[in-house]
Write a protein that binds this ligand. Structure first.
Ligand SMILES: [Zn+2]
Length: 55
């Protein structure tokens, strides 16, 4: 049986199995990914800034 990729509980619906997460964990995972992408952009901007400062 498929298990949630976040909390490890068994997935009960075909949608959850397809997503790899239960409905609540899917939403949390999407929020975490959005946050990660936001931080990623910030790091890229920071690195770009530091490159400019060194020159
Ligand atoms: Zn879960």
């Amino acid at each position: 049986m498929a298990a949630c990729g976040r909390c490890g509980r068994p997935l009960k619906t075909p949608e959850s199995v397809r997503d790899g997460y239960g409905p609540i964990c899917k939403r949390k995972q999407e929020e975490a990914e959005a946050e990660f992408l936001r931080i990623q952009v910030t790091i890229d901007e920071e690195l770009e800034y530091q490159k400019k400062v060194k020159r």
